[in-house]
Design a protein around this ligand. Structure first.
Ligand code: AMP
Ligand code: MG
Length: 353
């Protein structure tokens, strides 16, 4: 009998409280938990319209989930995957900007991020619903022939996949959702907020006492201990998105298999990294941070840092990489955040430029 161990560890980024002056009691504040997109989300809004804003966030997330879910057979993504083509109705319109963003990130990352990885993700049992299993090499090669995001066509309102293709937006949907929350915060004139969508954090404004939001970066070696951190990000008006091999995995015959698949091999990326955190300003787009964190995990340290260097003229983002050999590498030219190493974590810390 195979021994399987499922550990689905919820939020990769942990919200830290305390350590600063108390919140002004007069300041209106609403905190809600939303269980959606396979994770527990926490949204805290401030300001006079904070309750309405928080619930508007929930509506946006639920609406997106209805369109993008892999497991809901009625979602636009499921209908597209089942039929290979879909004329988008009024309620499915988010698919158009997401697909075009996903295609841009596929090209930029040289295919490390590719939503048509879906059949391979499903073969490993990471698409939800199926059992975890280790597919054979021949099966993987056969499935990999269908992986090619450039074959996805969007014409007017009709999306068409290549033969045998399916899409999986698990690597971008939460970041895209986090990006949409900035629109709500603007619309409801929310002065400050913190939204944590399962490893995708939007820190809006600063904290009521004027200090930055403090967001922990989980130690991948201790995924069950939410207090085990490699460090803390101090953020103002920023997205921070973490992808990690510890976030979803199973074990079989003494080996660990995680959910971030290298499209070059069809296997869990074996890149020497255990987590990648991408940080960018709140104007940059949560979807970008989410897609990049997945792609840079696949690339590994060297290629990820090359990518980061090559992008410095364009969309600015910063990185915190955690390596299998116990290093934390911080790459930041934006001045967007402060990274505070965790004392006694056992990691060594490097800053690169
Ligand atoms: P994230 O946690 O954002 O890194 O996303 C991981 C999820 O994205 C997985 O659970 C899969 O659903 C999907 N995925 C896995 N590998 C890839 C890949 N190379 N490109 C795009 N999506 C992927
Ligand atoms: Mg991602």
């Amino acid at each position: 009998m195979m021994r399987r161990l499922l550990l689905c560890v919820l939020p990769a980024l942990l919200l830290l409280s305390g350590c600063a002056a108390p919140v002004d009691p007069d300041e209106a504040r609403e905190s809600i938990q939303v269980i959606a997109m396979d994770t527990a989300m926490l949204i805290t809004t401030y300001g006079e319209r904070s309750p309405a804003a928080a619930y508007a966030c929930e509506d946006v997330i639920r609406d997106l989930e209805k369109q993008l879910s892999r497991t809901d057979p009625d979602s636009a993504v499921s209908r597209l995957n089942a039929a290979g083509t879909l004329e988008l109705g009024e309620l499915d319109e988010e698919l158009i900007p997401i697909l075009s963003a996903a295609e841009a990130y596929r090209r930029e990352t040289d295919g490390a991020f590719d939503i048509t990885i879906a059949p391979v993700v499903a073969a490993w049992g990471f698409a939800g619903g199926e059992e975890y299993r280790v597919p054979g090499e021949a099966e993987l090669q056969e499935l990999l022939e269908r992986v090619d995001g450039s074959a996805v066509r969007v014409e007017d309102r009709t999306v068409t996949l290549g033969p045998g293709q399916a899409i999986d937006l698990g690597g971008i949907a939460k970041g895209y959702a986090a990006g949409k929350l900035t629109q709500i915060f603007n619309e409801y004139e929310v002065p400050r907020a913190l939204a944590e969508l399962g490893g995708n954090v939007l820190a809006w404004g600063d904290r009521p006492d004027g200090t930055p939001w403090r967001v922990g970066v989980q130690d991948p070696a201790h995924p069950d201990d939410r207090n085990a951190l490699v460090g803390v990000l101090e953020l103002v008006d920023s997205f921070a998105v973490t992808s990690g091999s510890y976030q979803r995995y199973f074990q079989q015959d003494g080996k660990t298999y995680h959910h971030i698949i290298d499209p070059a091999t069809g296997r869990p990326a074996d890149s020497g990294l255990t987590s990648v955190t991408v940080v960018a300003g709140s104007g940059a787009g949560g979807a970008m941070c989410d897609a990049y964190s997945t792609a840079l995990f696949v690339m590994g340290e060297e290629k990820a840092l090359d990518f980061w260097r090559s992008q410095q003229g364009g969309a600015l983002f910063s990185l915190v990489l955690v390596t299998e050999d116990g290093r934390v590498v911080v790459a930041d030219k934006t001045g967007q955040f402060n990274f505070v190493p965790e004392e006694g974590s056992g990691y060594t810390y490097e800053t690169v430029s």
